[in-house]
Ligand binder design. Structure first.
Ligand code: SF4
Length: 289
């Protein structure tokens, strides 16, 4: 199988078959994101997607998990996704889960019935980049939606029964908005109550507009210690039930994981040990996207 450009997928899809159903991201406007800047967004022709699936059957035979790339496969019409998912069922009857990235607007454009149908056809998990719960920060990073839109989108996914994995970004509000990012993000995640909440830490990619703001002294990047303090404030304030928490992405300074709320005290205590000891942080050169 051949892929067009660099293909990104969530860490939990490391062993999945990746099939591109779109090229790039339909929004492609977030100020910090350089992932799809070199791609002009388009939905691939169905016949190309089918050919990839047929080829994967020849190459791999049995496939347990599939991730539909690129940036937001959920932008496809439900009828198109149905055709793809039925083909997956035909070729890979043992496939246990299909995963997709989705923008909040992709989700809001679908009904709960659409999402429930997609679940019945095999979509088992949906990855939603929330980034922050602060309206001011969402506006400044050009996310294109409000916190209320994100809550509505997240709740819709939960109602459909599809597992929801949300991602926030440590440091996305800059040094001046550490508490705002932590507290508003905690409020938003509490309102959605997703199955998973993960943190990335802001990475600086040349060519993005946030990178230019840093060079022009408009945006101030957090130190590793400030990132961990922000995370602590989030954890103190978030209230969810049975939510898997992870900050063990390659971009994070400190690797943490647990289930909320049962592991909250342990997570806070691990953070305090790191903050007191002033060690245990990943070195800058080892951080990756
Ligand atoms: S962060 Fe997500 S929605 Fe924003 S431009 Fe990048 S891929 Fe698209």
């Amino acid at each position: 199988m051949e892929y067009e450009g660099i293909v990104y997928r969530p860490p939990s899809e490391a062993y999945s078959l990746i099939v591109q159903v779109t090229i790039g991201c339909s929004h492609n406007g977030c100020t910090f994101c350089g992932m799809y800047k070199d791609k002009r967004f388009r939905v691939r022709e169905l016949k190309e997607i089918m050919a990839d699936l047929e080829q994967a059957k020849l190459d791999y035979g049995v496939v347990k998990r599939i991730f539909l790339a690129d940036g937001d496969a959920l932008v496809l019409k439900t009828s198109e996704l149905k055709i793809i998912l039925l083909k997956i069922k035909e070729l890979f009857p043992g496939c246990e889960r299909v995963g997709v990235y989705a923008t909040p607007n992709d989700i809001l454009a679908k009904s709960v019935e659409d999402l429930s149908l997609l679940k019945a056809l095999g979509i088992g998990i949906l990855y939603l980049g929330v980034e922050s719960g602060s309206n001011e920060i969402l506006k400044s990073i050009n996310k294109g939606v409000t916190a209320q839109n994100l809550i509505m989108a997240g709740r819709k996914v939960k109602e459909s029964g599809i597992k929801l994995s949300t991602t926030l970004i440590s440091g996305i509000g800059g040094r001046e908005k550490i508490s705002e990012n932590a507290i508003e993000s905690a409020k938003l995640i509490s309102a959605i109550n997703p199955d998973y909440v993960g943190f990335l830490t802001l990475m600086l990619e040349s060519g993005t507009s946030i990178y230019k703001d840093i060079q022009n002294d408009i945006f101030h990047v957090l130190t590793s210690e400030e990132v961990v303090q922000e995370l602590r404030e989030f954890l103190e304030n978030v209230e969810v039930t049975n939510c898997i928490f992870r900050s063990n992405h390659a971009s994070n300074y400190v690797s943490l994981s647990g289930t909320l709320p049962v592991d909250k005290d342990k997570l806070l205590s691990d953070i305090d040990i790191t903050l007191k000891g002033k060690h245990g942080y990943k070195q800058e050169e080892y951080r990756r996207l």
